[in-house]
Each structure stands twice: as structure tokens, then as C-alpha cells.
Design a protein around this ligand. Structure first.
Ligand SMILES: *Cc1c(COP(=O)(O)O)cnc(C)c1O
Length: 439
């Protein structure tokens, strides 16, 4: 039920407007307060980051680089952008960071465009092995007419097949290779692939869209320390900032040429209200990031173990299930990924269906698996014991086939203990709405 404030607004406005407001409010209540959200690419911003997000900067333009803009009126935007880039660069142990890509895909486009011209070749994992659509001919790579050569993958070890990949790179001599992905449980062999690609004059891109928060929190190897030439990332997956992207590198020349591709090739204005929220999140990660990333990795392992104990087929058992924020299930015994994901949604548990390494690529509409990520629930304060409770809820839905609506009510009740974001400056104690009204 909307509170009195909204009821009064509803009375003032035409019904078409009321409907938009109502659906928005319902979304907010449902997804933010009543569900267990296990989408591996999502997160929640801190109260301070949120308040810094809703500002007048969302109305402004600032094409170009800080202090060299094509517009006037940007003096404070410039200061904030420089600080966001600087603090992220420090968190990545001395990197040059460009925070202007408005998404991870835009970051990839800018980097791929600089490293490979039309007709060049790139070695990247296949989609079933966790590559992102932007790595494929159906996405950014295709739009840039760069040829996708599949990185050899070992489904047994759920990782790149290093020996075969090195041979392939030496034979094909691609312009660049990409590691990192949307589904991955274990670190990719950065050093080995970097050596191979460098030996043929190419570059290594590490797509850290999913693991930026774990890297900053020192629970995932920083690929720039292991030979990657450039890293791209989203700023809203394990890194709990506003939706957006970054490019990071230690190569000054590459940094400059990628900057020239970001603007004007792939963004004109770069959605400036992201920048203060990004800087706030980065600074909060400096203080709280290690504790957060540590708990994320512990929770993922705990969830995997608990799901296996409840009778699910969890990928990677012989490897300890996971070292990232993700857990991957094979739910063919429960009717397949599409059906299982829908059943869980009915019970207020939000996940996505996913291809598994042994699925054919055209199984995308009904793949065998589910991908789960624990980062957002960790931000809201869940720990290992809560992972056991989540596994039990999932068993009751998918294995015991209990009434989903009944479980949905229990899940909403369970979430009530986990409504405040942790691992940030504790401004929740200041009960003053002004925080959200910085604008
Ligand atoms: C999510 C993702 C991206 C794209 O990020 P957006 O910010 O959604 O554009 C790129 N690469 C990988 C591996 C991803 O998982």
C-alpha cells in the first residue's frame, strides 16, 4: 500500500500518470524490499551514493575530457570526474581510469575499436563458456565487424583450456584476446594468455564487468598485475555503484587512444549524474570494500554447499564450487532453466536462466542452468547462515514443489531483516529526508 504522501499525489494527477507512478512504486517495494535478489549482475547503492546520484548533473552536458570541454558550466563536474577517475585508479593499484563509458558494453566497444579494425580477429570464449553478448558477432564485436575466434574452453575445469588457447593464439595471431565473462566461477589464466598474445604482437583485454568489486576488495586477482593491457568493467555488478562502465589501463598511449574512441565514437554526453555516485561508491569501497568482498566470496561458497546438500546439482564440485560471487546450477532435473527461473520468481526469489558450458548455443531460450549471485544480498547484511535459508527456500520451490505463493510471503517476511545496505558509511541513523534531496 502506498503511504499517505503518494495517496495524496494520486488524487491530484490524471490516471495515466497515476499508473506510471504506481507501477514504479510497486517495483521499488517488490524488488528492493520483498525479494531475495540473486541476479549476479545487480547490486544496491549506499544511501550516500544514492543521494549523490539524484542531482542537477543529470540535466547537464560535458562533452570531452575534464577541463577541456566543449560546453561551459562544467567546473564542478570536472572536479568530480577527475576525483572519480583518481580514486578508482588508486583502488586498482595505479591505473589510468576513464569513467565516461555509460555501460560495460560501451567500454568494450571503445576498447575493441582501438585494438581491432574492421576485418581483424579476436580470440574470446564462447557464450556457453560465459562470454558476454558484446564479445560476439551478435553484439558489439559484430557491429565493429571484428571476427570472433572461439577461445578453447575446458568444460571439465570450467575454465580456458590454456594449452590449446596458447597454440590457437600463436597460429591465428589475433589483434587481441579477451578474458573475463558473465558466468565464471574461477579466475582465468591471465598471465599465460597475456604472454601468448604479446608474443604475436596483440593485446589482452580483461572484461571485469562482474568482478570489479571483488578486485577492488582484493578477493580477485587484479588482471593488470598479471599482464592484461586493459581492463573494462561495469560499475554496478559486484562493484555497487551506479549503472555505467569504466576503462582502466597502465599504458598511457593506450589510455589516450581509448579516450578518443569513447568520445566521440561511443558517447557524446556521458550521463554526468553517475559521476558523484561513482566517486562516493569508490571511496566507500576503499574503506569497506575488503570486508564486503570477503563476505561475498564466503557467501557464494556457503550457498553452493548448501544447495548441494539440499540435492541440487551445483557446477564445479571438484573445484570447490566457486571463488567468485556466483553459483551455477544445472536444473535439468527440475525442468530446465526457463521453468525453474519462473517458479522461483513466483516465490519472490529472482534469478536468471543461463547456458551451461555443455549446452548448444541455440538453447538460449531454455538453457540447462541457473546463474546465482550473492553480492546484493551480502550488501544487505546476509551471511553464511542466511545462504542455508536461501537454499532451503529454493529446495521447497523447485524440488518439493510447495505452493510458490506461500513461499513468496515467507520470503518477503524474511527480507524484513535485510533492508539496510551495509559496508558503507552508516548514515541511516540520521533520519532526515534531506539526504535524498541533495538536488
Ligand atoms: C554485464 C557485462 C558487460 C556489459 O555491461 P553493461 O554495463 O550491461 O553494458 C560486459 N561484459 C561482461 C562480461 C558482462 O557480464
Amino acid at each position: 500500500m502506498p503511504d499517505e504522501f503518494w495517496v495524496r499525489i494520486f488524487e491530484m494527477v490524471p490516471s495515466e500518470l497515476r499508473e506510471v507512478l504506481e507501477y514504479t512504486l510497486r517495483h521499488n517495494t517488490w524488488r528492493k524490499k520483498e525479494t531475495i535478489n540473486l541476479i549476479a549482475s545487480e547490486n544496491a547503492m549506499s544511501p550516500l551514493a544514492l543521494s549523490a546520484y539524484v542531482t542537477d548533473m543529470m540535466h547537464r552536458y560535458a562533452e570531452g575530457k575534464p577541463f577541456k570541454r566543449y560546453y561551459q558550466g562544467t567546473r564542478y563536474v570536472d572536479e568530480v570526474e577527475v576525483r572519480a577517475a583518481k580514486i578508482l585508479g588508486e583502488l586498482l593499484n595505479n591505473a589510468l581510469v576513464d569513467p565516461r563509458p555509460i555501460s560495460g558494453t560501451t567500454a568494450n566497444a571503445s576498447v575493441f575499436r582501438v585494438l581491432g579494425g574492421c576485418g581483424s580477429k579476436a580470440v574470446i570464449a564462447p557464450v556457453q563458456a560465459g562470454a558476454h553478448v558484446s564479445h560476439t558477432k551478435f553484439g558489439t564485436l559484430g557491429a565493429l565487424c571484428i571476427e570472433h575466434i572461439e577461445m578453447p574452453y575446458d568444460p571439465e575445469n570450467l575454465n580456458v583450456d590454456v594449452d590449446k588457447a596458447v597454440k590457437l593464439i600463436e597460429q591465428i595471431k589475433p589483434s587481441f584476446a579477451v578474458l573475463g565473462g558473465s558466468v565464471y566461477l574461477f579466475p582465468h589464466p591471465v598471465r599465460e594468455i597475456a604472454e601468448a598474445i604479446h608474443s604475436v604482437g596483440g593485446k589482452l583485454v580483461y572484461d571485469a564487468a562482474h568482478v570489479l568489486g571483488l578486485i577492488v576488495g582484493k578477493r580477485w586477482r587484479n588482471p593488470l598485475d598479471y599482464g592484461a593491457d586493459v581492463m573494462t568493467a561495469s560499475t554496478h555488478k559486484t562493484f555497487p555503484g551506479p549503472q555505467g562502465g569504466i576503462v582502466a589501463t597502465r599504458d598511457e598511449k593506450l589510455y589516450k587512444s581509448i579516450g578518443k574512441a569513447i568520445f566521440p565514437y561511443f558517447v557524446s554526453n556521458h550521463h554526468l549524474h553517475r559521476l558523484p555516485a561513482l566517486a562516493v561508491t569508490a571511496i566507500e569501497m576503499k574503506y569497506f570494500g575488503e570486508a564486503y568482498a570477503d563476505q561475498v566470496v564466503r557467501n557464494a561458497k556457503a550457498l553452493a554447499e548448501a544447495l548441494a546438500a539440499e540435492g541440487f546439482k551445483v557446477l564445479g564440485e571438484h573445484l570447490g564450487y566457486t571463488r567468485s560471487h556466483q553459483v551455477v546450477l544445472d536444473v535439468r532435473p527440475q525442468g530446465g532453466g526457463a521453468k525453474a527461473a519462473k517458479m522461483l520468481e513466483e516465490a519472490n526469489i529472482i534469478v536468471n536462466k543461463n547456458l551451461l558450458p555443455y549446452d548448444p548455443p541455440d538453447a538460449i531460450k531454455d538453457p540447462s542452468g541457473l546463474r546465482l549471485g550473492v553480492q546484493e544480498m551480502t550488501r544487505y547484511g546476509m551471511r553464511e547462515d542466511n545462504m542455508k535459508d536461501i537454499a532451503r527456500f529454493m529446495k521447497r520451490v523447485l524440488i518439493d514443489k510447495e505452493d510458490a505463493r506461500k513461499i513468496a510471503r515467507e520470503v518477503a517476511e524474511y527480507r524484513k531483516e535485510f533492508l539496510e545496505v551495509k559496508y558503507c558509511f552508516d548514515v541511516n541513523t540520521i533520519k532526515d529526508n534531506k539526504l535524498y534531496l541533495l538536488f
